[in-house]
Design a protein around this ligand. Structure first.
Ligand code: FEO
Ligand code: CA
Ligand code: CA
Ligand code: CA
Length: 729
């Protein structure tokens, strides 16, 4: 995410030129692709070099990338970088086709109305239509008699945020002012879209009348479960929420109830077939206009803790500028100071039961959740790997107390409620440690978390609840490694002779490193404000282009407390002339052929398909200017996890982000999200930068539904191979 309404996390500042980075990079460079425990990564660089032999340098792009252990190879030719001025279309390789599946404003359930093109739809209509700013998603196939379909299923997709200048005809304020109607429409465009899909005669379409069609929004009733549920800090004011306003009932919620989910960035799913939506930059919808002065007198003794919590998670006087709090007092963090504690969770959703209540699973911690990738190990132990996306935040895993039961879905229903949340420490010897966030864990100051003033409680159950509500502060206390903005996590499938538990995480960028300030162990650091020194896992002082880290669990067990790690890639621009040289600080070490042909930066979306191909999506400046002149517009690449060999598979329209990818079980249909094409346009000229998807097609993938222009729309494209083959082959 980026944009006017959001923290400037994505764009880096000027090149630092800090020479102290050079030593570190060189020290890490030679071994960064090797796991200390050995394995296939050891030959990565020589294998990659081998691909260029035989005089094939000029034509090798068209030659297949050969298979390797647990990897099926790929056969497509890289699409070129989409250089400025960026063409207003999605481009895929020769032999592949892309069409629009669904976009913001398209009806997805009975009563929905076709998108007008001018954004005159009401909040009520938005609640029956596909949400804004599509992000992480997963395809849940229909299953009959144990046979899964690749032609029918349910797509669950996140709707991360809104751009008010195109959401409303006259923008955020405009001639009509900022009103509760606008607030409600904005809230209705957030959340999750659940959409039934069908393929008929080779053409994909949304089943617009499906009873499975559903929207979760910033107002949908939810349940809160797990160790933090019911705690006093989870009991916010109870409002009566109606289309015309939110009225304070004078009562408190019970601590097991929440309303809404928002800033749903990436996602996850479970082996028992539920969807996980992750709440990322939720802080920006709250505002504390008096910075705590209006906190009620009866909470005076808790005020320091409330303010420290808000400071660490980035609650500010104005938020991101959505202004919801002006018309919806639920979002005023001064007068309703515990409401922010109901956000920042992983939310579990049953895609096949539209009347089910989504559940916020507090055991997985409270942060700016990006994604939640599960792994089941050989013993049916189950863990979820997660990143907290802000500069200098952490990587986590949650290990369920109970084992996954593959034969009894109901037995897994509450697996996400008990277990241990760990945070990662990446040590310079390429090993790492998972530190449990539990009452008895000692902080770096030698004091157990139960005796740390931030988490003190009547008993360990209360201490644990506080640790989970204040996850960032707990991670600060135990000395976790501050990372370069953790985005998606992805687990490599254990197939074709590959049997390690190997998990990847994109570290998208960081312009706050290279100094000496760290997240204070006492949890007092303002969100994103520290400027730590470089370290082995985050070796760039000014990490403009980002990198991808990966680790292998000891003993091939998700319950391991130690792991080995290395850097899969440091992203960059091979053609850059940036100083300082000679280093790869900005050139990166992407393996491609010809060198520079598949450069990419700001990795964000990351996903292994079930066949072993690694897909990475980018979230950088979408105009392909400045630091991106050679890399071009945002894109999706495919990489060989054994050799790192990379090809560019897709490029997006101007000012978009490519985010969200999933497949049908047969691997022959891929769905890819295009978020915020034409971002930063104004209400007066919404198509200033893009009119996608209408710029590319006149009808949707069904060949029938017309695509109105008028304003750019986030949407999902469906990609197929013209010969009917596997995507990526
Ligand atoms: Fe919403 Fe971390 O990207
Ligand atoms: Ca974005
Ligand atoms: Ca991002
Ligand atoms: Ca993201």
């Amino acid at each position: 995410m980026k944009g006017k309404s959001h923290p400037a996390n994505d764009r880096s500042l000027n090149v630092s030129g800090n020479p102290s980075i050079l030593d570190v990079v060189e020290r890490v460079d030679g071994s960064r692709r090797r796991f200390v425990q050995g394995g296939i990564g050891a030959t990565a660089l020589t294998a990659a070099g081998g691909l260029t032999l035989g005089g094939l340098v000029s034509s090798v792009q068209a030659a297949p990338v050969p298979p390797g252990p647990g990897f099926p190879g790929f056969g497509f030719t890289s699409v070129p970088a989409s250089l400025a001025p960026v063409v207003d279309r999605v481009t895929v390789p020769a032999g592949y086709s892309a069409r629009l599946l669904v976009a913001w404003g398209d009806p997805i359930m009975p009563g929905g109305v076709p998108f007008s093109g001018n954004a005159t739809e009401t909040a009520a209509q938005q609640m029956k239509s596909y949400g804004a700013h599509t992000d992480g998603m997963h395809f849940f196939p229909f299953s009959t008699g144990g046979v899964v379909s690749s032609e029918r299923g349910v797509l669950c997709a996140n709707n991360e945020y809104t751009h008010e200048e195109i959401l409303h005809p006259d923008g955020l304020v405009g001639s009509s002012g900022f009103t509760i109607d606008k607030c409600r429409k904005s809230q209705a465009a957030h959340g999750v879209s659940i959409v039934e899909l069908r393929r008929t005669a080779g053409k994909w379409s949304v089943v617009k009348s499906s009873p499975l069609g559903r929207r979760l929004t910033a107002n949908t009733p939810m349940r809160v479960s797990g160790p933090a549920a019911g705690h006093a800090w989870m009991k916010s004011k109870k409002f009566e929420i109606t289309p015309t306003g939110s009225t304070d009932t004078g009562a408190l919620n019970d601590g097991y109830t929440a309303y809404g989910t928002m800033n749903n960035c990436a996602h996850g799913h479970t082996p028992w077939g539920t969807y996980l939506t992750c709440e990322e930059n939720w802080n920006g919808y709250f505002a504390a206009p008096t910075l705590g002065a209006e906190i009620a007198p009866d909470l005076e003794d808790q005020k320091p803790q409330i303010l420290a919590n808000g400071n660490r998670y980035g609650i500010s006087r104005t938020g991101f500028g959505y202004r919801w709090h002006e018309v919806d007092p639920r979002f005023n963090a001064d007068t309703n100071p515990f409401e922010p504690n109901l956000y920042g969770w992983v939310v579990e959703v049953d895609p096949f039961n539209p009347s089910s209540t989504p559940i916020k699973r507090t055991a997985l911690g409270r942060m700016k959740h990006e994604s939640a990738q599960y792994v089941v190990d050989k013993d049916n132990r189950l863990a979820f790997y997660m990143g907290d996306d802000e500069r200098n935040e952490y990587i986590y895993k949650f290990v369920c107390a109970g084992k996954y039961n593959p034969t009894n879905r109901a037995a897994n229903r509450n697996l996400l409620d008990s277990g241990v949340l760990y945070v990662a420490r990446f040590d310079s010897d390429m090993r790492g440690r998972w530190i449990p966030l539990q009452p008895g864990t000692l902080g770096v100051n030698g004091v157990a978390l139960r005796d740390n003033p931030s988490f003190k409680g009547a008993n360990d159950a209360e201490v644990q609840a506080k640790i989970l509500i204040l996850t960032r502060q707990a991670a600060d206390a135990v000395g976790a490694t501050m990372m370069d903005r953790p985005e998606w996590t992805g687990a490599r499938p254990r197939i074709g002779g590959f049997d390690e538990i190997e998990v990847y995480c994109t570290l998208t960028n960081n312009n706050r490193r290279g100094g000496t300030s760290v997240n204070n162990p006492d949890g007092s650091t303002a969100a994103g404000s520290a400027r730590p020194p470089v370290d082995a896992a985050n070796p760039r002082a000014n990490n403009l282009y980002g990198h991808i880290i990966r680790w292998r669990e000891a003993g091939k067990s998700v319950a391991a407390t130690t792991f080995s790690w290395n850097l899969f890639v440091q992203n960059g621009d091979t053609l850059t002339s940036k100083a300082p040289l000679p280093t790869n600080d900005f050139k990166g070490n992407i393996v491609d052929d010809p060198n520079g042909s598949a450069d990419y930066g700001a990795p964000d979306g990351l996903w292994f398909d079930p066949f072993g191909r690694l897909w990475v999506q980018t979230d950088q400046a979408g105009d392909a200017l400045g630091d991106w002149v050679n890399i071009g517009a945002n894109c999706m690449v495919c990489a060989d996890p054994n050799t790192g060999m990379t090809r560019r598979f897709l490029t997006g329209p101007p000012n978009c982000e490519v985010t969200g990818v999933t497949m049908t079980p047969d691997g022959k249909t891929m769905f890819v999200g295009i978020q915020h094409p034409g971002e930063d346009s104004t209400a007066a000229n919404p198509t200033q930068f893009s009119n996608w998807p209408q710029s590319q097609w006149t009808t949707a993938a069904d060949g029938v539904t017309p695509l109105p222009g008028g304003r750019p729309r986030s949407g999902v494209v469906v990609i197929t191979k013209d010969d009917g083959g596997l995507i990526g082959s």
